[in-house]
Design a protein. Structure first.
Length: 299
């Protein structure tokens, strides 16, 4: 199984840069439309669109939709975790800035590397990678606590940041489960369909029960939902799982540090997100830790 996964090449690098750009900007759309629908509902609707498109793609490619015949337990588990991750992102964005969310969400590679260290022998961490883990978590502490004396610092923002960190942990958990279960042996489209269907239906149910299902339809809201449904929930996820299946999971994550950089840039540029020095230093430490964790070990 491990021999079928390759180190990163030019194709993988180009795909990762594209994904980082898309994922770094998605929080901006969720914040810009927050007055007309909640971020959680936005995420649920785009997920439903992605699910329909994926089903059509699978039908066209003659990929079986009879998912109950596959590793459905692992698939449903991953889907529910993915739904919880999306819900945390939506709730977190209602409380903190897009810049904070993207930095804490993309601590995912650290949690992924830790999970794979214990579950996949060929991806155990070296001493340099452990240094990266400690650097990353130190950066998280600095980013969280360093701005306690800032005017915009409050418990609501802290709770939003924690939700972003929790979402990063759940994303890593889905990656580890995919890597270590029967999901690694089925087409990426089937894995993605497990995630989209369970996550979208789950968040819709939560939104309905919590009174967050209302939408004020405007041209911008409709455009945002359609764009994210097609590009984020369909194309980008399919590409992500294709990368996980063909390349070493911890190596795929090495360039995802570009995502928080782009996300912070978009947040400051478009939303005028405030950035205190402690958060900047903490974010840089997180990114440095991510890079160290994903440096290939010498053989």
């Amino acid at each position: 199984m491990s021999s079928s996964r390759k180190p990163l090449d030019g194709t993988a690098f180009a795909c990762i840069v594209l994904l980082c750009t898309l994922w770094g900007g998605q929080q901006i759309f969720l914040k810009l439309t927050a007055e007309n629908l909640t971020p959680a509902m936005h995420i649920a609707l785009r997920g439903c669109i992605g699910c329909v498109l994926l089903a059509l793609y699978m039908w066209h490619q003659k990929i079986s939709l009879a998912l109950w015949r596959g590793p459905w337990v692992a698939g449903c588990t991953v889907g529910l975790l993915f739904g919880a991750e999306w819900w945390m992102i939506g709730e977190g964005l209602a409380r903190t800035t897009a810049s904070h969310m993207v930095v804490f969400l993309y601590t995912t590679p650290i949690f992924t590397a830790l999970g794979l260290h214990y579950w996949v022998p060929e991806e155990r961490l070296s001493w340099l990678q452990w240094l990266g883990v400690m650097t990353c978590f130190t950066g998280i502490a600095v980013a969280f606590l360093g701005g306690a004396d800032q005017p915009h610092f409050n418990l609501t923002t802290v709770w939003g940041d924690l939700l972003g960190l929790g979402a990063g942990f759940l994303w890593a958990a889905t990656t580890v489960i995919i890597r270590c279960s029967g999901l690694a042996k089925i087409p990426p489209a089937q894995t993605t369909f497990y995630q989209l269907s369970c996550a979208s239906l789950g968040i819709l149910l939560v939104c309905a029960l919590s009174g967050q299902a209302g939408v004020i339809w405007t041209p911008f809201v409709i455009s945002s939902i359609l764009l994210q449904g097609v590009v984020i929930a369909f194309m980008s996820l399919l590409l992500w799982f294709w990368l996980l299946r063909h390349y070493l999971a911890s190596r795929v994550s090495i360039f995802t540090f570009l995502t928080p950089l782009m996300g912070v840039t978009f947040g400051v540029w478009i939303l005028d997100d405030p950035l205190h020095p402690e958060f900047v230093w903490g974010a840089l430490m997180v990114l440095s830790g991510m890079i160290l964790v994903n440096i290939p070990k010498k053989k």
